[in-house]
Design a protein around this ligand. Structure first.
Ligand SMILES: CC(=O)N[C@H]1[C@@H](OP(=O)(O)OP(=O)(O)OC[C@H]2O[C@@H](n3ccc(=O)[nH]c3=O)[C@H](O)[C@@H]2O)O[C@H](CO)[C@@H](O)[C@@H]1O
Ligand SMILES: C=C(OP(=O)(O)O)C(=O)O
Length: 424
């Protein structure tokens, strides 16, 4: 199992190019299942989750081509010959986002069988809202032997437009129901829809494919179903979480970095907090320059749905708070168990206590390097940030979690002057 080893205390300096967003790329790859024509994608990040999704789509019968041998971010997908409508447990257990094939397969192929994702390190993460929404659209759904078995009803054998209000805001739930609704008979209204930029990016692609969607970017999506969708080209939006992670890295380790090919407008809540912590931030339409000349100041925050502070940035900003002056309270409102990094940050010398869904971080002057273990994707990123700020050597074990969602993070950090290596 790969590990990352780093020597902390070196300020970061230089430029880094931000990749396409994992959480936009995954639903967008699944959208190719909605048509028998080719979908051309650019800026697809080179990540383990993307490789897993492509493997799943290929098992279903999708062909994947790379028109430029030197560019793995440019793909052409074609789902003209679907041979199976199944996502197996083997696939779903390594990547929960596999659930995103359910809506597209059901609406185009009239049946789908997808393994129920289990709980994961950050929470139970049920998919009841996905199922409830598809049932409201007339699907027959049975849970059998750990699988969701979904079918459309004869004689029409099509999903039917419906008014759906989800009990809570769900990102992949909105995406699944949005994709399902594009080919349904009649109009679907999705209330309480997630407003994350990744949902909007998927919706933009669907519109290019011929879908009729209004309300993009709002919490009320209206989808008028069409008979079929067609080919389209799309470039995946830049990853706001990767960008935010590098901003936290410079806030913790000090220095001056410029992020290229990013979307500052999707990072407002994160930038506000980092400015409060002392980071000097300048932005253009697709770049961010960030300078940190002092020890960070502690900043309290609570996670919530977009446009509020994202749960996927909670662990990284907590690592900044670990070495800040003062104390901060960090409340996690989205996932019930997303504090696994606290124990490991404390092994590096942090002073963080958990009280229910709030962590109280009492900033310490210095962290000291140690061997720590990554427990989930963003927890891994927070340990790397802490390791870059710590004195001495830190080793982060089990970085397969990190590789799910970051494209060669250690290479990008090396370009910024960090002393970091992957150890096989
Ligand atoms: C691939 C992807 O895009 N992953 C993101 C997506 O995950 P994901 O889409 O899985 O997260 P959701 O937005 O669905 O989850 C939000 C909350 O709703 C609950 N819930 C959700 C659906 C459901 O049917 N029932 C239910 O109870 C979840 O357990 C959680 O407590 O949004 C999360 C919240 O921004 C991010 O952390 C993940 O990075
Ligand atoms: C929790 C995350 O991803 P996933 O939903 O794929 O587990 C994440 O990207 O931080």
């Amino acid at each position: 199992m790969d590990k990352l080893r780093m020597l902390g205390g070196i300020p970061l300096k230089g430029e880094v190019v931000i990749a396409g967003a994992k959480n936009a790329a995954l639903p967008i790859l699944c959208a190719c299942l909605l048509t028998d024509q080719s979908i051309t994608l650019r800026n697809v990040p080179e990540l383990q989750d993307v490789r897993t999704m492509l493997k799943l789509l290929q098992e279903i019968g999708v062909t994947v081509e790379y028109p430029d041998v030197n560019d793995r971010t440019h793909l052409i997908l074609n789902a003209a010959n679907i041979k199976s409508s199944e996502a197996t447990y083997e696939m779903v257990k390594t990547m929960r986002a596999s659930i995103l094939v359910l809506g597209p397969l059901l609406t185009r192929m009239h049946s789908a069988k997808v393994s129920l994702p289990g709980g994961c390190a950050i929470g139970a993460r049920p998919v009841d809202q996905h199922i409830k929404g598809l049932k409201a659209m007339g699907a027959t759904i049975k849970i059998k032997s750990g699988y969701i078995q979904a079918e459309t009803k004869p004689p029409l054998n099509r999903l039917l437009g419906a008014s759906i209000v989800t009990d809570m805001i769900t990102v992949t739930g909105t995406e699944n129901l949005l994709m399902a609704a594009t080919l349904a008979s009649g109009t679907t209204v999705l209330e309480n829809a997630a407003r994350e930029p990744e949902v909007s990016d998927l919706a933009e692609l669907l519109v290019k494919m011929g879908a009729k969607i209004t309300g993009i970017g709002s919490d009320r999506l209206v989808i008028e179903g069409v008979e079929s969708l067609h080919s389209a080209e799309h470039s995946v939006i830049p990853d706001r979480i990767e960008a935010g992670t590098f901003l936290c890295a410079v806030a913790a380790a000090g220095g001056e970095i410029t992020l290229k090919h990013c979307r500052p407008d999707t990072l407002d809540a994160v930038i506000v907090k980092l400015k409060e912590a002392g980071l000097i931030v300048e932005t253009g339409s697709d770049w961010i320059k960030a300078t940190m000349q002092s020890r960070p100041k502690a900043v309290s925050f609570r996670t919530s749905e977009y446009p509020a502070f994202p749960t996927d940035m909670q662990a990284q900003l907590m690592a900044v708070n670990a070495i800040a002056s003062g104390s901060a309270s960090i409340t996690e409102t989205i996932f019930e168990n997303r504090f696994m990094h606290v124990q490991e940050l404390n092994r590096l010398g942090a002073d963080i206590a958990i009280e229910g869904n709030t962590a109280i971080a009492q900033g310490v002057e210095k962290l000291s390097g140690a061997i720590v273990m990554a427990t989930d994707l963003r927890a891994s990123a927070s340990l790397v940030i802490a390791g870059l700020a710590a004195q001495g050597e830190t080793q982060v074990d089990r970085i397969y979690h990190l590789d799910r969602g970051y494209d060669r993070m250690e290479q990008k950090l090396t370009l910024l002057g960090a002393n970091i290596q992957r150890v096989k």
